[in-house]
Structures are given as structure tokens and as C-alpha cells.
Design a protein around this ligand. Sequence first.
Ligand code: GLN
Length: 536
Amino acid sequence: MSGKPTKYIFIAGGVTSSLGKGIIAASLGKLLQARGLKVSILKLDPYINVDPGTLNPYEHGEVYVTADGAETDLDLGHYERFLNIQTSAKNNFTTGKVYQTVISRERKGDYLGKTVQVIPHITDEIKKRIRSLESDGYDVIIVEIGGTVGDMESLPYIEAVRQMTWELGKENSVTILLTLIPYLSAAGELKTKPTQHSVKFLMQSGVQPDILVCRTERPLSNEIKEKIALFTNVKPDRVIEALDVASIYEVPLKMKEEGLDRAVLSQLKLSGQSAEPDLTQWNDFLRKLKSATKEVRITLVGKYIELRDAYKSISEALLHASVYNNLKLNLQWVSSENLNDENIKEVLSGSDGILIAPGFGSRGIEGKIKALQYARENKLPLLGICFGMQLSVIEFARNVLGWKTANSTEIDPATDYPVIDLLPEQLKKSMMGGTMRLGQKEISLKKNTKISAAYQKDVIRERHRHRYFFNEKYKEEFEKAGMIVSATDTEQGLTEAFELKDHPWFVTVQFHPEYQSTVDAPHPLFMEFIKRSKEN
Ligand code: GLN
């Protein structure tokens, strides 16, 4: 530790959800990190679920899994991709988790004789969890508060922020409110009233924002900034414009142009190691992103296609790998429920490569199986992830080995050919929350395989999230017929990957490579998938 106190940046959102708080937090983190500061980011979620692991992707988007096996908010994926750091279970908590801790402490008798209340017990637990990262020696910790100010459920978090900013003082904490300045085309005007009201809401809770970041479709004139300043007690130069941009990866540059990092540093009396953020590699990435002309056409087959946030890490990993292969990603999103014998050729024949997404349950699996068969038979490059791997096993069993009724016991518990079965360790588990095989495991790769060529390594570490796995008693028959096991977990010997011998590039994996791709370090498996797709 440097001995200097850790400084805090709180980011709340006003007016509406979906303004991209996570991207603003990650962008600010990037700018501070690029000046040599040690930064971490936390996300606080105001819902009652203990974690998002039990939520449907329609409700919440992707569940992001950290290396230490926490099921977390997808914003942690942005933090890792932007900052090229590893987050952990400490970087995300929910109201459910906070209450669970306080209530179990109450049952133990830790508060004996006292009435347990939102203030101070819940707020103390929130503060304790925020400060639990301090011991790792960060210069700056960014705290993103989920939800929108004015929501009833965010109140304990806003109160914790009020207390912390009071305790820490102005030089050690900054509060940023992200708001929206809508443009009303009928009036031909940008409107500041929703922002004024959001700031008032925050002030009613005793929190004065120091900086406003205003999402807008049109540039904010000085006049508008001054008007916002007048109503909100925020200096006009701390009313920061966040104009819509084409790629999320341009946001750090936009925020730098608008002086967000400088405003934060000046309040915190911090300078970092360099006068300007070093964004050399970031800028290289953006240059490549914008200049690529040759296209690679990838089709993502999944069942939550209407909600692209459900596959956030996958689509970002595909983008990173395309950029580093100097290609422009043309991503086609296909709902597996809509794939059938009549349209499969038409839908997939234009693709350079196919990705079969993870998933749970029976909806849409037959379409995924058809896509796997199409890629196998037509020698199209394919990457299957988690359920995508399990379904590749089922497809091969049914159509090559001739076991027509082969299935996963997740789908058909009575199948004659349980090629995918429940992990033995799962038999003992009766609770659904947080009980899957989760997090990073060590995996050894078989030599002279496509997967080892991609990683250029014998041993890798990848993250997991599943209950079912390949039933090893069928291994010999699969390998004899040309589908080989190319990776195994070093601790338990579980099958981690398959590939087809007689195919240009058909690789399916039990783990989730997408969680580890970042802007600075694209993932080797995605790199190879994109490269082989283009070559094919
Ligand atoms: N449903 C499968 C399992 O639980 C696959 C999970 C996934 O794709 N993440 O094993």
C-alpha cells in the first residue's frame, strides 16, 4: 500500500435507466488507470436477489462470472474489458446480499438487545462492503450505484454515499450524477428539466453531486450548461457533455475531451504519474476498429437474440478478435427457435463462421442442433460455448453415432443415451442459487489439437458456469468416430473441449472464454475462430 488514503468516486444515475453508467464508470476508470493510478470499480445492485444468477437474461442481461466464481452484473464485464483487470466477488453486491448478511448476524446474536434498522445496520454493511476493497491498496475506487435516483430501493445506497462523502471529505470523494438531456423535436429544443429534478431528488437525500455527466443526442451549448449549473449548484465546467458515439470504446476519449478525468483529479487533489493518460494501445485498437474494411460474417445462434445484452461478453469478444485480425465484424443474430430444415441453408450459408451460445433448458435447442449439424456437414468454422458444446455432443451422437434419442438429462432425464449428464457433485445440491460449477479452473490441452494451436499453451485457466457435463463413458465411441476430447480439467478430469478431426475448425468448449477477452488482450480462442472463419 502507498500509505495514501483510497479516494472514492460515486456514480449514480438520474432521469432514466440504460444511460450507460457502467460504460461511463469504466471509461473514467480507464482514464485514471492510464495516468498510472491503481483503480478498481464496484457495482451495487438495489434488487433483492442475492445475486443475478437466478435471474432470467430477459430481466437482467448476461450473468458475468468472475474468476473466483461469483455470478455478477454484466457491468463487471465492461470493467474487465476496459481496464484489463480481474474483478472478484467483492466488486458486486445486491440488497439481497446485504440483508442476508445482516439478518444472519442478527440470528447469531451479534446485535443482541438492539433494534436492527436500515440506518445504521444496513447502511453500515453497505459501507463495509464498499470499503472491503481498500486493503488491496487502490488509489481510487469507483462505486457505481445501480438503478435511478428517486427509486425507493436505491435509498439505503444513496444514504451510504451521503455518510461516506461526509466522513471522507471533499478531497477524498467525488459524486457524479449521470443524467439525460432529451431533445424534443416538436419544440426543437434540448430540455434540462428532468436533470434539474434528478439533482433535486439527490439533494433531498443530502447528496450534492460534484459533477454532472449529461447524455445527449446533440451538443450542449454553454448557455445550456450554465442553465443546468444555476439550478443544480454544479459549476458549468463540471457539467460534462456525453454525446452519443458510434462505439462504446470511444467513450473514454470523449470523456477525456470533455475533461471528466481532470475535473475528478482536481477535486481529489490527485495527479497520477503522467500529466496525460497514456492511451496508446487503446487508440491503436480504435484506429483498427475504424479502418478495417474486409468483413468477417459471423452468425450467433442463441435463444435470447431479442436482448443483445444477454450475449454481451460474446459479442464484445468477437469484436475484439475481429479488430485484432484487421477485420470488420458483421454479426448476424439468429434466434435458434426460428431455425428449421426449410430455412437453415438460406440463413447460414452466407456466414464465415457460426457461434453456438450458452443456455439453459429446452427452448430453442433443436435449432441450435440443426445449426451444429449444418456447420459440421458443410465444414463451416464453428465455436460452441458451454450449452453449445453440450449440444454439439448431442448432435454428433444422434447424427453420426446413430443414437437418435441421445440427449442431456437436463432436457430428457429418461434418455437412453445420457451423453450429457448432471455433474456428480450436483446430486447433493438442493438449492438453485450459486450452486453451479462456477469460476476459474485449470485445464490441460491435448497436444497437436486445434485448441492447443489457438492458445499456444498446454495449460490454461478458464471460467465456468454449468451443472451438466460430458458423460465420459461414451468418450471412446466419440473419439473413434472423429470427435475428440481436446481438453480436460486438471483437478477432476472433466471434459472441457471437443473438436472434429475431419473439419477445418469445429471447436466446442465447456468453459466460457468470452469472459476473459479485453480491449488490450483479445482472447486466443476467439482470435483463432475469427481467423479460421475468414480463411475458410
Ligand atoms: N445448461 C447447461 C448446464 O447447466 C449449460 C449451461 C451454460 O451454457 N452456461 O450445464
